[in-house]
Design a protein around this ligand. Structure first.
Ligand code: AMP
Length: 185
């Protein structure tokens, strides 16, 4: 069982992906967290990635895919995954299809939250978590990248009949319940 959680930055997808993974006893995978951990550990690949993350840009697919696919190689025994932040462009989609998963995800859930709400939430998070990619300029860039690179994935999965849209404007718990109600497999 593999699920992909999608949504613009600030939609709450990480929070929801974590809750869902726990509920379904699946492994939570956040590529953003993997990159931040590599950077904090002084890993050269992490340092290369941070140059893009710090500007709100996507890490080049070749680098991202290398990091994620080698991480997945160590997870052969895993019951399944809830992906947060991956895939983020169609190149990632192709790589995932060729990875150890060898199949389409069971379902792709899009957390629907209007952009103004996302921006407010990200600015709020900036105060709490001190993330270098939560400044107003970087947030704008991340949203631009999201529209250009990530949105086309929604059409791709929609055509495959794998996409479900879920309203993410309510509380964390209300959104979690919406997700559970909308699980199809
Ligand atoms: P996140 O924690 O998901 O918001 O990701 C933070 C940052 O990590 C993004 O803005 C990107 O710079 C980078 N990143 C995470 N996942 C990917 C991905 N699949 N492809 C490229 N860059 C990524």
């Amino acid at each position: 069982m593999n699920l992909i959680i999608m949504g613009p930055p600030g939609s709450g997808k990480s929070t929801q992906a974590k809750l869902l993974a726990k509920k379904l006893s699946l492994i939570y995978v956040s590529t953003g967290n993997i990159l931040r951990k590599l950077y904090e550990a002084g890993d050269p690949l992490g340092e290369e990635a941070e140059e893009y993350m710090g500007k709100g840009e996507l890490v080049p697919s070749e680098l991202m895919d290398e990091i994620l696919l080698s991480w997945l190689d160590f997870q052969e025994e895993a019951p399944g995954f809830v992906f947060d932040g991956y895939p983020r462009n169609l190149e990632n989609v192709r790589s995932l299809e060729k990875s150890i998963l060898h199949q389409d995800p069971n379902q792709v859930i899009y957390i629907d939250v209007p952009e103004e709400v996302c921006i407010k939430r990200l600015l709020q998070r900036a105060k709490i978590e001190n993330r270098t990619d939560d400044t107003p300029t970087v947030i704008r860039e991340r949203l631009k990248e999201y529209h250009q690179e990530t949105e086309p994935i929604l059409d791709y999965y929609q055509q495959k009949n794998l996409l479900t849209r879920v309203d993410g404007c309510g509380s964390i718990e209300a959104t979690h319940q919406n997700l559970l109600k909308n699980l199809t497999r």
